[in-house]
Design a protein around this ligand. Structure first.
Ligand SMILES: CC(C)(COP(=O)(O)OP(=O)(O)OC[C@H]1O[C@@H](n2cnc3c(N)ncnc32)[C@H](O)[C@@H]1OP(=O)(O)O)[C@@H](O)C(=O)NCCC(=O)NCCS
Length: 223
């Protein structure tokens, strides 16, 4: 796919929106976000299977069946794409963001996100987008791209709030965020945020083990 004319202005520093770093989000609550690896495939599958038919349509652009969801999760290219998630205290994945490298493109990636209904409206989708933008920027990408239905009010709000350039084409909307170059600060932000997410996960895992042993004398593997 050819880049929209907007991206031709990438080298113009005046046109580059600022991706706010982690600590400058005055209104954002601290949401522990961590990278997800192949060891979490089971939790990823549970997350996507828990989406309603309507949410699957919004997330994937079609009413994905359970089989298609399984195929999607199996096809995730860990190590090429990036996956970020937010776990609840039971270590279920409450939210997942997928930054997918586009075939044949070295400077842009596609963003997709889903938050389970019980976690919505808390700023998680917004924070995952911001995290994805920092990650894409740190990987030398220049454009983060997103596609959603034009009726997806929540996603469009996130896109506009992030300063994305939004283009409506009938029932579908495409949005582009031009990314500034990475800096020491953006790498530090990512590092701190990954560590925060990791520590949060360890604490939840420990608490979960402790609860299970206390109540049942054993604990199933979360993955
Ligand atoms: C889109 C989605 C990720 C948003 O997640 P979220 O964690 O609720 O997002 P946030 O809380 O960060 O922000 C959502 C904002 O949209 C607003 N919003 C919610 N529904 C809305 C609607 N129908 N119209 C306009 N705004 C809406 C919320 O009030 C919130 O604004 P606020 O922060 O000013 O209060 C979530 O709804 C979802 O998973 N939907 C199904 C999958 C999907 O649509 N994925 C996107 C396609 S890639």
């Amino acid at each position: 796919m050819t880049l929209p004319p907007e991206t031709a202005r990438l080298n113009d520093p005046g046109s580059v929106p600022v991706v706010l770093p982690y600590f400058n989000q005055a209104r954002a609550p601290i949401i522990p976000i961590r990278p997800i690896g192949p060891e979490h495939r089971g939790q990823l599958l549970q997350h996507f299977l828990a989406l309603s038919a309507e949410d699957r349509y919004l997330r994937f652009g079609y009413a994905a069946s359970d089989e298609r969801i399984r195929a999607y999760v199996d096809s995730i290219r860990f190590g090429v794409d990036e996956i970020f998630g937010v776990f609840n205290r039971k270590l279920d994945l409450l939210a997942v963001a997928h930054i997918a490298m586009e075939a044949g493109q070295t400077d842009r990636a596609e963003f997709g996100v889903s938050v389970l209904p019980k976690g919505r409206g808390l700023g998680i989708g917004t924070r995952l987008f911001e995290r994805a933008a920092v990650d894409a920027r740190n990987h030398g990408l220049r454009v983060l791209y997103m596609q959603c239905l034009s009726s997806n009010g929540a996603m469009l709000k996130i896109a506009r709030r992030a300063g994305m350039k939004v283009r409506n084409e009938g029932g579908e909307t495409e949005a582009y965020l031009e990314l500034p170059e990475d800096t020491y600060q953006s790498h530090l932000d990512a590092l701190v945020e990954n560590q925060t997410g990791q520590i949060d996960y360890w604490i939840k895992a420990f608490m979960r083990q402790w609860r299970c042993f206390w109540l049942f004398g054993r604990c199933p593997d979360p993955t």
